[in-house]
Design a protein around this ligand. Structure first.
Ligand SMILES: NC(=O)c1ccc[n+]([C@@H]2O[C@H](COP(=O)([O-])OP(=O)(O)OC[C@H]3O[C@@H](n4cnc5c(N)ncnc54)[C@H](OP(=O)(O)O)[C@@H]3O)[C@@H](O)[C@H]2O)c1
Length: 331
């Protein structure tokens, strides 16, 4: 369904998507004056920074009076490090607030909207694209865990590495550039100790048009020491010891403010996450090559019988040079 607010909401969503504010939500806002002209824009840069509505309202100044604020997420009603946005909206004298999604944070959950209605403002809700702007935030506020995306590069016959541990590169340059864009959307990139030892990865974003934000590397270690000269040490990795179970490990990651977690293998870590039902989304890149034999499969372990396979919903199949990418969500 389209609404008259779609264009402004689209603009607000674009502002939100360009930010890296976690553990706070990605929020964008656009202020329209009483005649419908855009007079202010804003987004939230992260903890301690002014919220999107406040940035947009201060850009609009007096022109916000009797106007409309279009914002991707419900305005907050609680005093955090900055004052409640609901108060700022009331003080600015706007007539209407258009909201993409209700805030799942227990301190808000619709109370911001109630307060605006009580004060006599018109409140319009559920204008798309709502949650898709920041799925990791919604997932975290509902579960306490980061949103886990499992990314792997696989041969057409389902191998992620040869028997000698080599796997660079199964996919071509287009797929690898795409994988860097996936990293650019993440707060953190996690691998197991085995991958650090075998591949010596940097887990950073290397793209010409990149905004400079780098995801934090996270390494799950076990009994083996990590190489002292591993390149990952130059990137201030969060190193988590096996002592805790994987749900606990994920909770630790979330507590560091890392809500969008990209897991890049290897098979042992992938198996642990899959077996624990902890994978929320999958991105498999299928490289245009056939291994022609058994090396390492994406998940360590044995597939004992057909019914142990878990159905998934394939959301997209994308061609990337000679390779292709499959996006799926476990059913
Ligand atoms: N094609 C791809 O997309 C891709 C991606 C990544 C890796 N790879 C390949 O995969 C191979 C490495 O994979 P891998 O399976 O050996 O290693 P891994 O999954 O990267 O790391 C596994 C290690 O992490 C530690 N660990 C700690 N807690 C764990 C937990 N809860 N679950 C699982 N592991 C935990 C253990 O270390 P300890 O053994 O020290 O106890 C374990 O052996 C390499 O050949 C690499 O090239 C391919």
């Amino acid at each position: 369904m389209t609404s008259r607010w779609d264009e402004a909401m689209h603009g607000a969503a674009e502002l939100a998507r360009a930010t890296h504010p976690h553990p706070n939500p990605k929020v964008g806002a656009v202020v329209l004056d009483a005649s419908g002209e855009v007079v202010g824009r804003g987004s939230h840069a992260g903890p301690g920074s002014p919220h999107a509505e406040v940035v947009a309202l201060s850009a609009a100044g007096d022109r916000a009076r009797h106007g409309t604020v279009v914002v991707t997420l419900e305005p907050c009603i609680h005093q955090g490090r900055t004052p409640p946005c609901v108060d700022a909206l009331l003080a600015a004298g706007v007539a209407r607030v258009v909201v993409g999604a209700t805030d799942p944070d227990p301190r808000v959950q619709g109370r911001g909207l109630d307060r605006l209605r009580e004060a006599g403002l018109e409140v319009v809700t559920d204008v798309a694209p709502a949650e898709s702007i920041d799925p990791a935030y919604f997932h975290h506020r509902r579960t306490g865990l980061p949103l886990v995306t499992l990314k792997l590069a696989v041969t057409l016959d389902g191998q992620v590495a040869a028997a000698d541990g080599t796997s660079q590169w199964i996919t071509g340059p287009e797929a690898r550039a795409d994988a860097h864009r996936l990293r650019a959307e993440a707060d953190a990139v996690m691998v197991g100790a085995g991958t650090v030892i075998a591949d010596d990865p940097l887990l950073d974003v290397r793209l010409p048009d990149h905004d400079g934000f780098q995801p934090r590397p996270v390494i799950v270690v076990g009994g083996r020491p990590l190489p002292a000269d591993a390149r990952i040490w130059t990137r201030d990795p969060l190193v988590i010891d096996q002592g805790a179970d994987l749900t606990e490990i994920l909770r630790l990651v979330a507590n560091e403010g890392l809500l969008a977690l990209l897991v890049e293998g290897g098979p042992r870590l992938a198996h642990s996450l899959w077996a624990g039902n902890l994978v929320n989304r999958g991105v498999f890149y299928f490289g245009a090559m056939v291994a022609g034999g058994y090396g390492r499969s994406p998940f360590e372990g044995v597939w004992s019988t057909l019914e142990k396979a878990r159905p998934v919903t394939v959301n997209a199949v994308t061609r990337l040079g000679g390779d292709f990418r499959v996006d799926f969500t476990p059913a």
